[in-house]
Design a protein around this ligand. Structure first.
Ligand SMILES: *Cc1c(COP(=O)(O)O)cnc(C)c1O
Length: 368
């Protein structure tokens, strides 16, 4: 069958492997599986959110509030903007998709870092756009500037901090770069891990209100999937000027956010203490990974997120390490597909991390 020809270039996103797969394929007891491949919050869903969901479960025969009034208000409050500055999506992924479809067609160009969130390229290619990437794996603004001057761009993606590598640009450098960008170019600031970055280093903090007031061609994206521990609920948001928000809403299907999802997000926003507590523990545990890497002589990327990327150089093959770990019930992300000989490990709980080190020891010994 003939399909839209632009789809010939599109690859399918490969998600982190689910627990069920490890149980099925390797016979590991589900309780022993350690899933550290999708940057979920390992401390689980906030109990207040769980209570709310249980209370609302009986209401599922009613369509959700399609205006999403309450969640928009809550987000507008949190970020000191108005509801007209807020768009909600089924994950911030859906807003990424809206952004690309709002701006791009076969004649468009999209600029991004070489090793960054895979969905930017996938959504871009769905529209037949040309993808332009920096030579540098991590975000390098000089290279962004050079490519922008050479080719222009309809969209620029900045992942701050960057998944899957973990590095993060300073806010001041980002602003200096944004000064040079044409008002017709939509700049997407993907802040999926901003809560982590700004906790670790104030210089990384992007304040959405200030961003969109200073640069009206920018949109800031946030998600409830990482620090807010709601990956299974699928909800994210965008903060931008109303003209951008109104256009993105034209691409939205009705009732794209479920009743339970809306309630969970509203409840999660009320429990900032839980979030901050999780983030603090994340960085304590990350130090253990840094020490582990140093002890083994691996390079790692200084991370502003809830994951760490270990580079194996010519010591080991990341694909083998990831596969061996998988058989032991530890799910991590191999970055071979991104062209990097490294694995990305989500920082787990103290107990999970101790088990990871023990398993990793065995795997490295075997592959030596
Ligand atoms: C996880 C993630 C997202 C979005 O996740 P959703 O679950 O769709 O909200 C967006 N960007 C980056 C870089 C991510 O890591």
């Amino acid at each position: 069958m003939q399909f839209n020809s632009v789809l010939e270039n599109v690859t399918t996103y490969e998600a982190g492997k689910p627990i069920e797969l490890v149980v099925r394929e390797f016979g590991v007891n589900p309780k022993d599986v350690i899933k550290l491949a999708s940057n979920e919050n390992p401390y689980g869903t906030s109990p207040k959110v769980v209570d709310k969901i249980q209370e609302l479960a009986k209401n599922m025969f009613i369509y959700p509030d399609d205006s999403m009034f309450e969640l928009k208000e809550a987000l507008a409050n949190k970020f000191d903007v108005t509801s007209s500055n807020v768009v909600i999506g089924s994950g911030s992924d859906q807003i990424l998709e809206f952004c690309v479809h709002a701006k791009c067609n076969e004649n468009s160009k999209i600029l991004m870092a070489k090793t960054t969130f895979a969905m930017y390229e996938i959504y871009g290619k769905q529209t037949g756009s040309t993808i332009i990437k920096t030579e540098s794996d991590t975000h390098n603004l000089e290279q962004f500037s050079k490519l922008y001057k050479e080719h222009g761009a309809d969209i620029i993606f900045l992942c701050l901090p960057n998944n899957p590598l973990g590095e993060c640009l300073d806010k001041d450098d980002v602003y200096e770069f944004l000064e040079t960008i044409d008002s017709e170019t939509l700049v997407v600031i993907d802040g999926a891990y901003q809560e982590y970055a700004s906790f670790k280093d104030e210089k990384k903090r992007i304040v959405p209100k200030n961003l969109i007031e200073t640069f009206p061609n920018c949109i800031y994206l946030g998600t409830f999937s990482k620090a807010y521990a709601l990956g299974g609920m699928r909800v994210g948001y965008g903060i931008a000027q109303p003209d951008i928000i109104q256009t993105l809403y034209k691409l939205r299907a009705p009732f794209n956010i479920t009743t339970l999802t809306l309630a969970a997000a509203i409840e999660a926003l009320k429990d900032e203490e839980f979030v901050n507590d999780c983030i603090a523990k994340n960085f304590e545990e990350m130090q253990r990974y840094e020490e582990y890497a140093k002890a083994k002589g691996f390079e790692y990327i200084d991370s502003y997120t809830n994951f760490i990327t270990l580079k194996f150089g010519d010591k080991y093959i990341s694909k083998q390490v990831a596969q061996e770990l998988l058989q032991k019930g530890v799910i991590v992300r191999d970055l071979t597909g991104y062209g990097v000989n490294a694995i990305r490990i989500t920082i787990g709980t103290q107990e999970q991390n101790s088990k990871v080190f023990a398993q990793l020891d065995e795997v490295l010994e075997k592959l030596k």
